[in-house]
Design a protein around this ligand. Sequence first.
Ligand SMILES: C[C@H](O)CC(=O)C(=O)O
Ligand code: MN
Length: 337
Amino acid sequence: MTTERDLLITEVALRDGSHAIAHQYTVEQVAKVAKALGEAGVPYIEVSHGDGLGGSSLQYGLSHTNEMELIEAAVSVSGDSKIAVLVLPGIGTVHELKEAAKLGVKMARIGTHVTEADVAAQHLSKAKELGLETVGFLMMSHMAPVDKLVEQAKLMESYGADAVYMFDSAGALLPHQVKERVRALRQNLQVDVGFHGHNNLSLAMANTLAAIEEGAKRIDGSIRCLGAGAGNTQTEVLIAVLEHMGIRTGIDLYKIMDVAEEVIAPILQVPQEITRDNLVLGYAGVYSSFLLHAQRAAKRFNIDSRDVLIELGKRKVVGGQEDMIVDVAAELAKQRN
Ligand SMILES: C[C@H](O)CC(=O)C(=O)O
Ligand SMILES: [Mn+2]
């Protein structure tokens, strides 16, 4: 029997959530979560280092466990759910993509900074050759005007993406800005449009609903908000809201609530809240995955982590420039002495 779904949800806690736990997932945790998500009827489950395949490094944070072992474990227990991987060209290579495909991954999500779509061409076409469903996504979409976003999304489509997402990586966008962007993407693309939000300004749900109202057909969520910064649109809450709206996701509400409470909550090192640092991520438009890096740097130089985040926002530092975080903290500390 095929499940009727009006929207396709991708659960990202096993990838975006990796940032929140400093990439310390174990095989046992991933297997338990993936099995439970599969039983709840989640169509896609993303599993990778927080910065995608190949992300385990001093620059981005060393993983506890090789991500291929995590992917293999997830594939073996996830039932009808498809396992997706994230690849950021320049970090993840075609070699890792092939390895993941061999393990049974069904979807590759290739992401670039919002103005750099051209670097995704090779990875998207290779993923297609490997028989994978492909998603192209544009990160930090608040940093580009709407016409630029559309231009870059069209490039992703031309490289073979089956869907193109806009990522509000900093959780900085307001609902009317999401609406404007999704509307323009829908008007200019033939493929599905997706949305990935972060909850730093407590707007992930409102932004997600704005995206859906404008016709987004693919939505990312993180169960119990287990994502970078304050996390993403909370999956189990989204499923409840969508049920009220008569939108079918094929996900069982009671089961997904149980996964949140019984499987995810014990993994959280601290509750996923809008702390002052998370709030500043959204306020200053800073990449959510910079949070732990900025907190560590601030501690090292004995300064306020909010000052580091504000300065990173002013300098428009983007993903891949994690080394700048320590530079900024060192400079701020020097100015104070
Ligand atoms: C590599 C990033 O964490 C991707 C993402 O989830 C975002 O930009 O948001
Ligand atoms: Mn994210």
